[in-house]
Design a protein around this ligand. Structure first.
Ligand SMILES: *[C@@H]1O[C@H](CO)[C@@H](O)[C@H](O)[C@H]1NC(C)=O
Ligand SMILES: *[C@@H]1O[C@H](CO)[C@@H](O)[C@H](O)[C@H]1NC(C)=O
Ligand SMILES: *[C@@H]1O[C@H](CO)[C@@H](O)[C@H](O)[C@H]1NC(C)=O
Length: 193
């Protein structure tokens, strides 16, 4: 089906890809880290700005596939209207963030957009206005509704699809535990056993 095909393409595009050069022919699989959130949820922005941002200063990023899903408890109605927890401003910001991911794979630029100092404004607004943003948000909606177990609160953070629940701030510990390669140097200080 054409629509599910384009959704898959979008899904792969929305994943940040900060790859490091492969050191062997078959490097261990990266650990998937997904963040389900809403842009105007204070606990979500705190987590993203103060905790998640730390991995962008760390080489641990090299073993992570990061998937940011700005949708949270929003609801898409049958007629494609979206109702967001914090009102229509939040719907707009969620979409802008989804657009921003595909424009910026530079996290420090992305975070400044999160903090409302948008760069690359024109391209992002284009994405927002001309339909791609809507497709991206539908993809986020689908991905959020397929979560098993379903999300209970936000931010909802998963490592290899396992929810960390209230321990979400300690996501690095779980990444280290899940990684199949030889211990990453940034994991050595972590009590991960
Ligand atoms: C997350 O960030 C907050 C605010 O800076 C900090 O108090 C907390 O210790 C951090 N959590 C972890 C696990 O680093
Ligand atoms: C979609 O449906 C909702 C509720 O049924 C309604 O309030 C809204 O105006 C509709 N939106 C459009 C674009 O028709
Ligand atoms: C990311 O953006 C920041 C701020 O614009 C810049 O200083 C940095 O060099 C960029 N990093 C990469 C890898 O492009």
């Amino acid at each position: 089906m054409a629509s599910s095909f384009s959704a898959r393409v979008l899904l792969s595009v929305i994943n940040f890809s900060f790859s490091t050069p492969a050191i062997s022919q078959y490097p261990p699989e990266k650990v998937s880290l997904s963040i389900y959130y809403e842009t105007l949820c204070p606990a979500c922005s705190e987590f993203i700005v103060y905790n998640l941002s730390k991995i962008f200063e760390s080489s641990i990023l090299g073993i992570v596939d990061l998937n940011l899903v700005p949708y949270g408890n929003a609801k898409q109605l049958w007629n494609r209207t979206t109702i967001c927890t914090h009102g229509s401003d939040e719907c707009m910001l969620n979409t802008i963030q989804a657009c921003n991911f595909i424009v910026n794979n530079n996290f420090s630029e992305w975070i400044s957009c999160f903090e409302r100092r948008p760069e690359k404004r024109r391209i992002i607004i284009d994405c927002y206005l001309h339909g791609l943003g809507e497709k991206l948000e539908s993809q986020c909606a689908m991905e959020t509704s397929y979560l098993y177990p379903p999300l209970e609160y936000l931010p909802w953070v998963t490592v290899n699809n396992i929810p960390l629940r209230i321990d979400f701030q300690n996501f690095v510990k779980y990444i280290c535990k899940a990684y199949k390669g030889s211990p990453h140097r940034n994991c050595q200080w972590t009590p991960y056993l």
